[in-house]
Each structure stands twice: as structure tokens, then as C-alpha cells.
Write a protein that binds this ligand. Structure first.
Ligand code: PMP
Length: 426
């Protein structure tokens, strides 16, 4: 592989072109193993950013992709429909909670979020009300496009850098009570205050249910989400839940909102929708919201991406949903959660560790000092694992098919990193 070209010409996510971090050349991947061209085999602890829940190179997903590519890879969705999209939307309507039954397919998680925000704006426009603000939480993350960034934590997404371009929305304190802790009502105070202060301007509340991912890997109490739903109901404000990271079993429930028995007005899914094979997302809403949007002046929802409902992506997503329908994910994520609950508290003995937390197939280790990315990544590769931390967060979201020995290897690699001071910056 021409790594020199890669280093000199290719932008990698959140990596400087001036002095790029090492990129490891992958030659193939199967199950939970990623093979490097340099010969190492790594146990995957990331599911390629929450997506490859069934593992890599899965025969059922491969077969779906092969079959579909021999029939039609892509065809426009305007004025045309196809079986892969119909089958997938049937499944999504059936598996999502409550009355979520109108599906808008798009290309990525960030676009699903844009779509959800636009739906909320068009909803109020159609009702003849001027509402253009969104209420969200600090420490949240919703994607890298402009509207998604505008509801992402102002410090993490560096609002100051894009001042003037980003619309300014309302941020409430994120909940402090952890998932496994005793609920503290006070957690909702700031949210309640902001919501009542701005209730006539707010089009929708948008947040990540139960797990705030890239904004801090915070796992919060279901009562917070219940309280949010109730307050939105009291004030007639739409609730958008971004399940792009948490959806499809990751937290031990099919959707994280089920931990609180809450149904949103608009739901965003992505990432694991295709089992991590390719990019596809969906924004799903109720008939009431969809009918209101389409009953307005515009007469329809104003969005239509070129690759909307790409048949290849829909076919693989159907196969991924079929695997989920077999139900093994429940026992698998429960077993991973149990193992995290036994292994992670052990790490608290180490002075470099501030906190550990877990839920379903998510394990988080928070250190007191930021990691040295280059060094810790090299350490993980030497230990035969793929874990990519950020800042003070070393986190694992392994494929559901991971066996106890794989989880043990991942946690051992973190333990040895803690013992090697050079893996941390200070
Ligand atoms: N929302 C959440 C909660 C996410 O975790 C992500 C991706 N990290 C996104 C939105 C954006 O998705 P994508 O990267 O596919 O645009």
C-alpha cells in the first residue's frame, strides 16, 4: 500500500495534514478481526464507530450485497421505488416504538439529523407558527454538517470557529445522574428552566437518548429522558431522538429510548442500519407530523438526496435487520455488559483512572490525563487490539459477536496502557 501517498495527499478524520498521525493499513477483516498489511491481526473494539455490530465480512450481508449488485446497484428514488426500500421500511416501521411510521431514507447520520431539524421547522411553518430554535443538551453530538453542528456541544464542535455561520440554539445542562445511580430530580432543573423560558420559540428538543456519545461518552439515567418527554408533551414541543449511535441493540435494548419507555416524535437512525457495510440513514416520524409538514404551503418535505434509498445499501440493511430479528443480540449485549461490569471497576484502582461506566455493549474508561494518541494507538496495535480513544476517553463498543476472550483482550490492553506512562500526555 502506498502509505507515503496516503500521508501526503489524503485527509483522515480529525487529523492534521501538517504532521499526520500514523494510519494503519488494513488488508481485510472478518468477524471481530481486522488484519493489517504488516501482518498483525487486531481484535476490534470499535465496531468501526458503532456500525459493524455483526462483525466484518458477514456471509449473510455479503450475500445480500452480491445479489443486489447483480440486479440494480442504484436507481433514483424520485418517481421510482424498489423492493429493497419497501422491505426495509416495513421492518423499520414494525421495529420502532409507538406510532413512528413514515420513513425518510438518506445517506448519513448527519443528513438524518439535518432532515429531522428541517421536518420540525416545516411542521411549525405549516401550522403558521414562527419557531426556529432548538433546545438541546451540553456534551451532545449530532454530526458534522452545519445544522447538526449547531446542536452539538458548543465547546466540542468549536462553535467559535464557525461563528456567524452557525445558527444559535439553546443548550441545557446535561444530566449528571449516571444510568446505574439513584435518580436525582434536580438534574432536570436547567432543562425545565430553558424550556419554559423559550417555550414559544422552540421548534423541537433534540438529544441522544441515554448515551451521549462523541460529546463525552456519558451514560445517563432513564428518568431524565422520561422527564424530557413529559415536559415536551406539556408544552406541545416536538422531541427528536438521535439514535444514530445507540440504535439497533447497542445499549441492550433495540432502541435506547426503550430504557425509559419513551417514544419520540422524530427518530434518527444510521450507522448500524447496514451492519456497518455502507452509509445509510433514516429519519422516521409519525403520520401526524408527516401530514402536518406536507399540509403546509410547500406541499411536501423539501429534501431529496441523489442516493436516497440506495438499493444496495437497503438490501444490506434488510439483511442486517434479519440478523437482528433472530434475537441473539439480546443475550450477546447482555453478556458483554456483564463482563464490563466485572472487569471495568478493577481499573478504578489505577491512579490514572477517573471513572469507568458501561451499558450494553459499551464500555468507557475515563482517564485523568489525555492520551498520547500516537503512542497509545501503537501500544494497542502491539497488544493486538483496535481501540481508538479521544482526549481522556478510552472506550469500547465491540461487535455483538465478541466472545468473552475478546473482551478480556481489549480490557487487558487498556490495563497495560495504564501501566505505560508514555501512553498519556501529562
Ligand atoms: N449523531 C450521533 C449520535 C452520532 O454518533 C453520529 C456519528 N458519530 C452522527 C449523528 C453523525 O453520523 P455520520 O457520521 O454518519 O454523519
Amino acid at each position: 500500500m502506498d502509505l507515503e501517498f496516503d500521508r501526503n495527499h489524503i485527509w483522515h478524520p480529525y487529523t492534521s495534514t501538517l504532521n499526520p498521525l500514523t494510519c494503519y493499513p488494513v488488508s481485510s477483516a472478518a468477524g471481530v478481526e481486522i488484519k493489517l498489511e504488516t501482518g498483525e491481526t487486531l481484535i476490534d473494539g470499535m465496531s468501526s464507530w458503532w456500525s459493524t455490530i455483526h462483525g466484518y465480512n458477514h456471509p449473510h450481508l455479503n450475500q445480500a450485497a452480491h445479489q443486489q449488485i447483480d440486479s440494480v446497484s442504484h436507481v433514483m428514488f424520485g418517481g421510482i421505488t424498489h423492493k429493497p426500500a419497501i422491505d426495509l421500511c416495513k421492518k423499520l416501521v414494525a421495529m420502532t416504538p409507538g406510532d413512528l411510521d413514515k420513513v425518510f431514507l438518506a445517506d448519513s447520520g448527519s443528513v438524518a439529523v439535518e432532515v429531522s431539524l428541517k421536518m420540525a421547522l416545516q411542521y411549525w411553518h405549516a401550522k403558521g407558527e414562527k419557531r426556529s430554535k432548538f433546545l438541546t443538551l451540553r456534551d451532545g453530538y449530532h454530526g458534522d454538517t452545519f445544522a447538526a453542528m449547531s446542536v452539538t456541544d458548543p465547546d466540542n464542535s468549536m462553535h467559535s470557529l464557525y461563528k456567524g455561520f452557525l445558527p444559535e440554539h439553546i443548550f441545557a445542562q446535561s444530566p449528571n445522574t449516571g444510568f446505574w445511580q439513584e435518580w436525582n430530580e434536580r438534574d432536570l432543573d436547567d432543562f425545565k428552566l430553558k424550556l419554559t423560558e423559550h417555550k414559544t420559540e422552540i421548534a423541537a428538543v433534540i438529544l441522544e437518548p441515554i448515551v451521549q456519545g462523541a460529546g463525552g461518552m456519558r451514560i445517563y439515567h432513564p428518568e431524565f429522558l422520561k422527564g424530557v418527554r413529559q415536559l415536551c408533551n406539556e408544552h406541545g414541543i416536538l422531541l427528536i431522538l438521535d439514535e444514530i449511535a445507540t440504535g439497533f441493540g447497542r445499549t441492550g435494548k433495540m432502541f435506547a429510548c426503550e430504557h425509559a419507555n419513551v417514544v419520540p416524535d422524530i427518530l434518527c437512525v444510521g450507522k448500524a442500519l447496514t451492519g456497518g457495510y455502507m452509509t445509510l440513514s433514516a429519519t422516521i416520524t409519525s403520520k401526524k407530523v408527516a401530514d402536518t409538514v406536507c399540509g403546509g404551503d410547500a406541499g411536501c418535505f423539501m429534501h431529496g438526496p441523489t442516493f436516497m434509498a440506495n438499493p444496495l445499501a437497503c438490501a444490506v440493511a434488510n439483511a442486517s435487520m434479519e440478523l437482528l430479528a433472530q434475537g441473539d443480540w439480546k443475550q450477546q449485549t447482555h453478556a458483554i455488559e456483564q463482563q464490563f461490569s466485572l472487569l471495568l471497576p478493577e481499573l478504578l484502582k489505577h491512579e490514572l483512572i477517573e471513572d469507568v461506566r458501561w451499558l450494553g455493549a459499551i464500555g468507557v474508561v475515563q482517564s485523568t490525563a489525555p492520551v498520547d494518541m500516537e503512542k497509545i494507538q501503537q501500544h494497542f496495535v502491539e497488544q493486538g487490539v483496535w481501540i481508538r480513544p479521544f482526549g481522556k476517553l478510552i472506550y469500547m463498543m465491540p461487535p455483538f459477536i465478541s466472545q468473552p476472550k475478546h473482551i478480556e483482550t481489549l480490557v487487558n490492553a487498556i490495563t497495560t496502557a495504564l501501566e505505560s506512562e508514555e501512553c498519556f500526555s501529562e
